[in-house]
Design a protein around this ligand. Structure first.
Ligand code: GTP
Length: 324
């Protein structure tokens, strides 16, 4: 089977970092979000097709320089085509059925079990679902016997949500669902296509464990905690010359002296953390610096961003080269 990953969005909720770095290349727990998402795929997947758009050339260069376990092909779109349009544009040559992944989903899903459930029940698709307190920002499924999806509503008003089981952003579809997607224009697969597929048989696959949509700063940092707690963080550890409990993932050479690290930190390459500084529950991308006696907590520092000496940076997102 092949996999198609949607990776063309603008990542507006993670601006200003996503002005310079596409969302899926933001590191979490030691590697880019995209690489954690693809880790879910079974080893026997033959090819991963990346439906790219925004900053397509940056993603293409990165995956060439950092090969994955599977052959990877990127298919860029000239204009944003939405989730359905991206699938249609990149879906030529896809397998029948195929895995579909949103590239910002951090989860403990077993995709071998998802595949087995799909093959056993048939129908045109099987969507992984996760139960949340508040389904309103997501696509929500109503479930009938055998977990057949009987209704699917994207971002419903609270009173209209048919359940608390949401689209987890991981699914298997038969190839001919792409025939239902009009070509050459923007199409939301979830809004425009999925409801019309339900009479042909679409099933839910309930996930347990953990799940997060890492699309906002808070959820990105929560996804990082989930990955570390599941021992999916790394490589590295608290750097030499630093103290604290960690876990810390270090992605290259760093310059860290006499600093303190609390839990859940990612350090990109060429990060500097000066004496007396403290860092906790944060992501410091390549070249970021934390000067003497500064504190960085619950924050995302983009490439070459800087926390100035003695300052406290809490709950902030700093874009490339920004200072606080
Ligand atoms: P926000 O702008 O912050 O909402 O983020 P986003 O642009 O990533 O949108 P969203 O989280 O809703 O997208 C879900 C998934 O679909 C992500 O993996 C996106 O990269 C992807 N995606 C969204 N729009 C497009 C598109 O027009 N084309 C392609 N190929 N992928 C898309």
């Amino acid at each position: 089977m092949k996999a198609l990953a949607l990776i063309g969005g603008f990542g507006t909720r993670l601006r200003p970092v996503t002005y310079s770095v596409p969302k899926q290349l933001i590191p979490i727990a030691g590697k880019p979000m995209l690489y954690h998402v693809l880790d879910l795929l079974p080893a026997d997947v033959e090819e991963v097709v990346l439906a790219t758009g925004y900053k397509a050339e940056v993603i293409d260069a990165y995956v060439r320089a950092h090969p994955l376990r599977w052959p990877v092909r990127t298919v860029p779109e000239a204009e944003p085509l939405g989730t359905g349009g991206g699938m249609k544009n990149a879906g030529g040559g896809i397998s029948d059925p195929f895995f579909l992944l949103n590239s910002d989903v951090i989860a403990s899903a077993d995709l071998n079990a998802l595949r087995a459930a799909h093959l056993a029940r048939g129908g045109v698709g099987t969507m992984a679902l996760f139960e949340v307190e508040n389904p309103q920002p997501y696509g929500v499924a109503a479930l009938g016997p055998e977990d057949r999806i009987t209704a699917f509503v994207e971002k419903p008003e609270p009173k209209d949500a048919p359940s608390r089981w949401i689209n987890a952003g991981v699914a298997i579809w038969q190839r001919d669902v792409l025939d239902a997607v009009p070509a050459g224009r923007q199409v939301s697969f979830e809004r425009e296509i999925v409801p019309g597929l339900l009479p042909r048989g679409v099933y839910g696959f309930r996930l347990g464990g953990y799940w997060e949509d890492a699309g906002t700063p808070e959820r990105l940092l929560h996804a990082q905690r989930l990955l570390f707690d599941d021992h999916r963080g790394g490589p590295g550890g608290v750097p030499n010359g630093a103290k604290g409990p960690g876990p810390v993932a270090t992605m290259g050479e760093v310059d860290v002296r006499d600093a303190t690290f609390g839990k859940y930190v990612t350090l990109g390459a060429h990060v500097t953390v000066e004496p007396g500084a403290q860092v906790e529950n944060s992501i410091l991308m390549d070249g970021a610096s934390v000067e003497r006696n500064a504190t960085v907590v619950d924050s995302l520092l983009g490439p070459n961003a800087r926390a100035r000496s003695g300052h406290r940076v809490a709950g902030q997102v700093l874009g490339e080269g920004a200072e606080a």
